[in-house]
Write a protein that binds this ligand. Structure first.
Ligand code: SF4
Length: 329
Protein backbone atom coordinates (compact mmCIF):
# COMPACT_ATOMS: atom_id res chain seq x y z
CA UNK A 1 0.00 0.00 0.00
CA UNK A 2 1.40 3.46 -0.86
CA UNK A 3 2.26 5.65 2.12
CA UNK A 4 -0.04 8.61 2.72
CA UNK A 5 0.68 12.27 2.00
CA UNK A 6 -1.47 13.76 4.75
CA UNK A 7 -0.67 17.28 5.97
CA UNK A 8 -1.03 18.75 9.45
CA UNK A 9 -4.62 19.78 8.62
CA UNK A 10 -5.55 16.21 7.78
CA UNK A 11 -5.73 16.78 4.01
CA UNK A 12 -4.76 13.78 1.90
CA UNK A 13 -2.73 14.65 -1.22
CA UNK A 14 -3.16 12.48 -4.31
CA UNK A 15 -3.12 15.08 -7.08
CA UNK A 16 0.05 16.43 -8.78
CA UNK A 17 0.01 19.27 -11.32
CA UNK A 18 3.12 19.24 -13.52
CA UNK A 19 4.19 22.26 -15.55
CA UNK A 20 6.22 20.97 -18.50
CA UNK A 21 7.27 24.40 -19.85
CA UNK A 22 6.97 28.10 -19.01
CA UNK A 23 6.76 28.97 -22.72
CA UNK A 24 3.51 30.06 -24.28
CA UNK A 25 2.22 31.10 -27.69
CA UNK A 26 -0.17 33.60 -26.09
CA UNK A 27 0.42 36.54 -23.72
CA UNK A 28 -2.74 36.64 -21.61
CA UNK A 29 -2.74 39.96 -19.76
CA UNK A 30 -3.77 38.41 -16.44
CA UNK A 31 -1.01 35.81 -16.66
CA UNK A 32 2.25 37.08 -18.12
CA UNK A 33 3.93 40.27 -19.35
CA UNK A 34 4.32 41.00 -23.08
CA UNK A 35 8.10 40.91 -22.81
CA UNK A 36 9.20 37.72 -21.10
CA UNK A 37 12.35 35.63 -21.06
CA UNK A 38 11.75 31.90 -20.91
CA UNK A 39 13.80 29.21 -19.22
CA UNK A 40 16.65 27.60 -21.16
CA UNK A 41 16.04 24.03 -22.35
CA UNK A 42 18.55 22.49 -19.94
CA UNK A 43 16.73 24.11 -17.00
CA UNK A 44 13.61 22.09 -17.79
CA UNK A 45 13.09 18.63 -16.33
CA UNK A 46 13.40 15.95 -19.00
CA UNK A 47 10.50 13.54 -19.60
CA UNK A 48 12.54 10.81 -17.90
CA UNK A 49 13.11 13.02 -14.83
CA UNK A 50 9.40 13.88 -14.65
CA UNK A 51 8.49 10.17 -14.96
CA UNK A 52 10.98 9.24 -12.22
CA UNK A 53 9.52 11.88 -9.90
CA UNK A 54 5.98 10.63 -10.61
CA UNK A 55 7.02 7.01 -10.01
CA UNK A 56 8.25 7.97 -6.54
CA UNK A 57 5.26 10.22 -5.82
CA UNK A 58 2.94 7.36 -6.82
CA UNK A 59 4.44 5.22 -4.05
CA UNK A 60 3.34 7.97 -1.67
CA UNK A 61 -0.27 8.01 -2.88
CA UNK A 62 -0.25 10.41 -5.83
CA UNK A 63 -2.59 8.86 -8.43
CA UNK A 64 -3.87 11.86 -10.43
CA UNK A 65 -1.69 13.97 -12.76
CA UNK A 66 -2.48 17.17 -14.63
CA UNK A 67 -0.05 18.50 -17.24
CA UNK A 68 0.13 22.28 -17.58
CA UNK A 69 2.49 24.99 -18.79
CA UNK A 70 2.88 27.88 -19.95
CA UNK A 71 1.37 26.10 -22.93
CA UNK A 72 2.18 22.37 -22.52
CA UNK A 73 1.65 21.53 -26.21
CA UNK A 74 4.68 23.66 -27.04
CA UNK A 75 6.79 20.93 -25.41
CA UNK A 76 7.85 18.64 -28.25
CA UNK A 77 6.44 15.07 -28.28
CA UNK A 78 4.19 15.64 -25.26
CA UNK A 79 2.28 12.46 -26.18
CA UNK A 80 5.49 10.54 -25.33
CA UNK A 81 5.36 11.90 -21.76
CA UNK A 82 1.66 11.04 -21.50
CA UNK A 83 2.46 7.45 -22.53
CA UNK A 84 5.23 7.28 -19.90
CA UNK A 85 2.94 8.59 -17.14
CA UNK A 86 -0.12 6.43 -17.86
CA UNK A 87 2.22 3.42 -17.67
CA UNK A 88 3.32 4.15 -14.10
CA UNK A 89 1.91 1.88 -11.36
CA UNK A 90 -0.63 3.70 -9.24
CA UNK A 91 -1.34 6.51 -11.73
CA UNK A 92 -5.07 6.31 -12.44
CA UNK A 93 -5.68 9.49 -14.35
CA UNK A 94 -3.72 11.91 -16.57
CA UNK A 95 -5.25 15.25 -17.61
CA UNK A 96 -4.10 18.32 -19.53
CA UNK A 97 -4.82 22.06 -19.43
CA UNK A 98 -4.06 23.82 -22.72
CA UNK A 99 -4.98 26.96 -24.63
CA UNK A 100 -5.98 24.67 -27.49
CA UNK A 101 -4.05 26.54 -30.18
CA UNK A 102 -1.97 23.44 -31.09
CA UNK A 103 -4.63 20.86 -30.27
CA UNK A 104 -5.88 20.58 -33.84
CA UNK A 105 -2.68 18.68 -34.74
CA UNK A 106 -2.11 16.88 -31.44
CA UNK A 107 -5.50 15.83 -30.03
CA UNK A 108 -5.56 12.37 -31.59
CA UNK A 109 -1.97 11.51 -30.62
CA UNK A 110 -2.64 12.60 -27.02
CA UNK A 111 -5.78 10.48 -26.88
CA UNK A 112 -3.93 7.48 -28.38
CA UNK A 113 -1.20 7.93 -25.76
CA UNK A 114 -3.80 7.52 -22.99
CA UNK A 115 -4.74 11.09 -22.06
CA UNK A 116 -8.36 11.13 -20.94
CA UNK A 117 -9.12 14.52 -19.38
CA UNK A 118 -8.72 17.87 -21.08
CA UNK A 119 -9.43 21.48 -20.14
CA UNK A 120 -9.09 24.19 -22.79
CA UNK A 121 -8.72 27.85 -21.81
CA UNK A 122 -11.01 30.26 -23.68
CA UNK A 123 -12.22 33.54 -22.18
CA UNK A 124 -14.11 34.99 -25.15
CA UNK A 125 -15.75 34.11 -28.49
CA UNK A 126 -14.97 37.53 -29.94
CA UNK A 127 -11.83 37.65 -32.13
CA UNK A 128 -11.04 41.28 -31.28
CA UNK A 129 -11.53 40.69 -27.55
CA UNK A 130 -9.38 37.55 -27.85
CA UNK A 131 -6.59 39.67 -29.40
CA UNK A 132 -6.88 42.25 -26.61
CA UNK A 133 -6.78 39.63 -23.86
CA UNK A 134 -4.02 37.44 -25.29
CA UNK A 135 -2.08 39.98 -27.31
CA UNK A 136 -2.15 37.42 -30.15
CA UNK A 137 -4.54 36.18 -32.80
CA UNK A 138 -5.84 32.65 -32.32
CA UNK A 139 -9.55 32.36 -31.57
CA UNK A 140 -10.21 30.20 -34.62
CA UNK A 141 -7.32 27.86 -33.86
CA UNK A 142 -8.54 27.44 -30.29
CA UNK A 143 -12.06 26.58 -31.46
CA UNK A 144 -10.58 24.16 -34.02
CA UNK A 145 -8.64 22.62 -31.15
CA UNK A 146 -11.82 22.20 -29.11
CA UNK A 147 -13.56 20.42 -31.98
CA UNK A 148 -10.48 18.24 -32.61
CA UNK A 149 -10.56 17.17 -28.96
CA UNK A 150 -14.20 16.17 -29.34
CA UNK A 151 -13.44 14.20 -32.49
CA UNK A 152 -10.55 12.40 -30.80
CA UNK A 153 -12.93 11.12 -28.13
CA UNK A 154 -12.43 13.43 -25.17
CA UNK A 155 -15.69 13.65 -23.24
CA UNK A 156 -16.29 15.86 -21.46
CA UNK A 157 -14.22 18.62 -23.00
CA UNK A 158 -14.04 21.32 -20.35
CA UNK A 159 -13.61 25.02 -21.19
CA UNK A 160 -11.83 27.18 -18.59
CA UNK A 161 -12.81 30.87 -18.68
CA UNK A 162 -11.50 33.54 -16.31
CA UNK A 163 -14.33 35.93 -15.44
CA UNK A 164 -13.00 39.47 -14.90
CA UNK A 165 -15.38 42.35 -14.11
CA UNK A 166 -15.51 44.89 -16.93
CA UNK A 167 -13.34 42.71 -19.16
CA UNK A 168 -14.87 39.25 -19.63
CA UNK A 169 -17.98 39.26 -17.40
CA UNK A 170 -20.18 39.85 -20.47
CA UNK A 171 -18.69 36.70 -22.05
CA UNK A 172 -20.31 34.41 -19.45
CA UNK A 173 -23.61 33.89 -21.28
CA UNK A 174 -22.18 33.61 -24.83
CA UNK A 175 -19.66 31.02 -23.59
CA UNK A 176 -22.31 29.12 -21.64
CA UNK A 177 -24.53 29.04 -24.75
CA UNK A 178 -21.58 27.92 -26.91
CA UNK A 179 -20.86 25.08 -24.47
CA UNK A 180 -24.50 23.92 -24.43
CA UNK A 181 -24.60 24.01 -28.22
CA UNK A 182 -21.45 21.85 -28.59
CA UNK A 183 -21.85 19.53 -25.60
CA UNK A 184 -18.92 21.11 -23.73
CA UNK A 185 -18.62 21.84 -19.99
CA UNK A 186 -17.86 25.40 -18.86
CA UNK A 187 -15.52 26.12 -15.98
CA UNK A 188 -15.73 29.76 -14.92
CA UNK A 189 -12.80 30.86 -12.75
CA UNK A 190 -12.77 33.80 -10.36
CA UNK A 191 -9.87 36.15 -11.13
CA UNK A 192 -6.89 35.44 -8.85
CA UNK A 193 -3.78 37.44 -7.85
CA UNK A 194 -1.25 35.14 -9.50
CA UNK A 195 -0.50 36.88 -12.78
CA UNK A 196 1.88 39.55 -14.00
CA UNK A 197 -0.78 42.26 -13.83
CA UNK A 198 -1.80 44.43 -10.85
CA UNK A 199 -4.65 42.37 -9.35
CA UNK A 200 -7.63 44.44 -8.19
CA UNK A 201 -10.29 42.91 -5.95
CA UNK A 202 -12.89 45.13 -7.65
CA UNK A 203 -12.27 43.19 -10.86
CA UNK A 204 -13.26 39.86 -9.31
CA UNK A 205 -16.54 38.74 -10.84
CA UNK A 206 -17.99 36.47 -8.18
CA UNK A 207 -19.45 32.99 -8.45
CA UNK A 208 -22.94 34.12 -7.42
CA UNK A 209 -22.92 36.80 -10.15
CA UNK A 210 -21.91 34.21 -12.76
CA UNK A 211 -24.72 31.90 -11.61
CA UNK A 212 -27.28 34.75 -11.60
CA UNK A 213 -26.35 35.72 -15.15
CA UNK A 214 -26.64 32.17 -16.47
CA UNK A 215 -29.89 31.43 -14.63
CA UNK A 216 -31.33 34.80 -15.68
CA UNK A 217 -30.54 34.39 -19.38
CA UNK A 218 -30.29 30.65 -20.05
CA UNK A 219 -32.08 28.62 -17.39
CA UNK A 220 -32.18 27.30 -13.84
CA UNK A 221 -29.22 25.34 -12.46
CA UNK A 222 -29.11 22.85 -9.58
CA UNK A 223 -26.07 21.46 -7.71
CA UNK A 224 -24.75 18.42 -9.59
CA UNK A 225 -25.77 15.12 -8.02
CA UNK A 226 -22.20 13.76 -8.09
CA UNK A 227 -20.53 16.96 -6.89
CA UNK A 228 -17.09 16.14 -5.32
CA UNK A 229 -16.40 18.66 -2.49
CA UNK A 230 -12.65 18.08 -2.80
CA UNK A 231 -12.64 19.19 -6.43
CA UNK A 232 -11.81 22.89 -7.04
CA UNK A 233 -14.98 23.47 -9.08
CA UNK A 234 -18.50 23.72 -7.67
CA UNK A 235 -20.58 21.77 -10.19
CA UNK A 236 -24.08 22.62 -11.39
CA UNK A 237 -26.49 21.03 -13.87
CA UNK A 238 -29.14 22.71 -16.02
CA UNK A 239 -32.52 21.37 -14.95
CA UNK A 240 -33.48 21.13 -18.63
CA UNK A 241 -30.69 18.58 -19.11
CA UNK A 242 -28.64 21.03 -21.16
CA UNK A 243 -25.34 20.10 -19.52
CA UNK A 244 -23.13 21.19 -16.63
CA UNK A 245 -21.37 24.34 -15.48
CA UNK A 246 -18.54 24.48 -12.98
CA UNK A 247 -17.30 27.50 -11.02
CA UNK A 248 -13.87 27.73 -9.40
CA UNK A 249 -14.50 30.33 -6.71
CA UNK A 250 -11.01 30.70 -5.21
CA UNK A 251 -11.78 34.15 -3.81
CA UNK A 252 -15.40 34.01 -2.64
CA UNK A 253 -15.53 30.33 -1.63
CA UNK A 254 -11.95 29.09 -1.16
CA UNK A 255 -11.65 25.29 -1.24
CA UNK A 256 -8.31 25.08 0.56
CA UNK A 257 -9.78 22.94 3.35
CA UNK A 258 -10.13 20.12 0.83
CA UNK A 259 -6.92 20.78 -1.07
CA UNK A 260 -5.27 17.58 -2.34
CA UNK A 261 -2.79 19.18 -4.76
CA UNK A 262 0.94 19.56 -5.11
CA UNK A 263 2.71 21.28 -8.01
CA UNK A 264 5.96 20.52 -9.85
CA UNK A 265 7.32 23.41 -11.90
CA UNK A 266 9.01 22.98 -15.27
CA UNK A 267 12.40 23.76 -13.67
CA UNK A 268 11.94 21.14 -10.95
CA UNK A 269 10.60 23.04 -7.94
CA UNK A 270 8.01 21.36 -5.72
CA UNK A 271 5.27 23.71 -4.49
CA UNK A 272 2.65 22.72 -1.91
CA UNK A 273 0.28 25.53 -2.90
CA UNK A 274 -0.41 27.69 -5.96
CA UNK A 275 0.31 30.74 -3.75
CA UNK A 276 3.24 29.20 -1.86
CA UNK A 277 6.03 31.65 -0.98
CA UNK A 278 8.68 28.95 -0.85
CA UNK A 279 9.42 25.76 -2.79
CA UNK A 280 11.74 22.75 -2.67
CA UNK A 281 14.26 22.17 -5.45
CA UNK A 282 13.95 18.51 -6.51
CA UNK A 283 15.85 18.89 -9.80
CA UNK A 284 19.10 18.68 -7.87
CA UNK A 285 18.11 15.33 -6.40
CA UNK A 286 16.89 14.04 -9.77
CA UNK A 287 20.17 14.99 -11.48
CA UNK A 288 22.71 14.04 -8.84
CA UNK A 289 21.49 10.85 -7.21
CA UNK A 290 19.88 7.59 -8.14
CA UNK A 291 18.82 7.30 -4.51
CA UNK A 292 15.12 7.99 -4.19
CA UNK A 293 15.21 8.66 -0.43
CA UNK A 294 15.97 12.36 -0.83
CA UNK A 295 13.01 12.74 -3.18
CA UNK A 296 10.69 10.88 -0.84
CA UNK A 297 11.86 13.09 2.02
CA UNK A 298 11.38 16.25 -0.09
CA UNK A 299 7.79 15.30 -1.01
CA UNK A 300 6.94 14.42 2.59
CA UNK A 301 8.47 17.68 3.81
CA UNK A 302 6.54 19.71 1.26
CA UNK A 303 3.26 18.26 2.50
CA UNK A 304 4.22 18.47 6.18
CA UNK A 305 4.99 22.19 5.89
CA UNK A 306 1.84 23.11 3.93
CA UNK A 307 -0.14 26.05 5.28
CA UNK A 308 -3.88 26.07 5.87
CA UNK A 309 -4.67 27.92 2.66
CA UNK A 310 -4.17 30.99 0.55
CA UNK A 311 -4.50 34.24 2.46
CA UNK A 312 -5.93 36.33 -0.36
CA UNK A 313 -8.81 37.46 1.85
CA UNK A 314 -6.52 38.56 4.68
CA UNK A 315 -4.11 41.45 5.24
CA UNK A 316 -1.32 38.87 5.40
CA UNK A 317 -1.53 38.00 1.68
CA UNK A 318 1.79 38.19 -0.17
CA UNK A 319 1.74 37.61 -3.91
CA UNK A 320 4.22 34.88 -4.91
CA UNK A 321 7.24 35.99 -6.98
CA UNK A 322 6.46 33.38 -9.62
CA UNK A 323 3.68 34.23 -12.05
CA UNK A 324 1.09 31.80 -13.37
CA UNK A 325 3.01 30.73 -16.50
CA UNK A 326 5.95 29.50 -14.41
CA UNK A 327 3.72 27.56 -11.97
CA UNK A 328 1.13 26.07 -14.26
CA UNK A 329 -2.08 27.17 -12.54
S1 SF4 B 1 -4.79 28.06 -2.77
FE1 SF4 B 1 -3.27 26.57 -2.18
S2 SF4 B 1 -4.14 25.48 -0.43
FE2 SF4 B 1 -5.78 26.58 -1.43
S3 SF4 B 1 -6.70 25.11 -2.83
FE3 SF4 B 1 -5.17 26.28 -4.01
S4 SF4 B 1 -3.31 25.11 -3.84
FE4 SF4 B 1 -4.69 24.34 -2.25
Amino acid sequence: MPAELRDTFGRLHNNLRISVTDRCNLRCTYCMPEEVSFMERQELLTFEEIARFVRIAATLGINKIRLTGGEPLLRKDLAKLVRLLVGIDGIQDVGLTTNGMLLGDQAQALWDAGLRRINISLDTLDAERFRQLTRRDGLERTIDGIMAARRAGFDPVKINAVAIRGITDHEVVPLARFAREHGLQMRFIEYMPIGADEWERDKVYYAHEILEQIEGEIGPLVPASDYDPRAPAMEFEYIDGGGRVGIIASISRPFCNHCNRLRLTADGKLRNCLFALDEIDVKGFLRTSQQDDALVEAIMRSVATKWEGHEINTARFIKPLRTMHTIGG
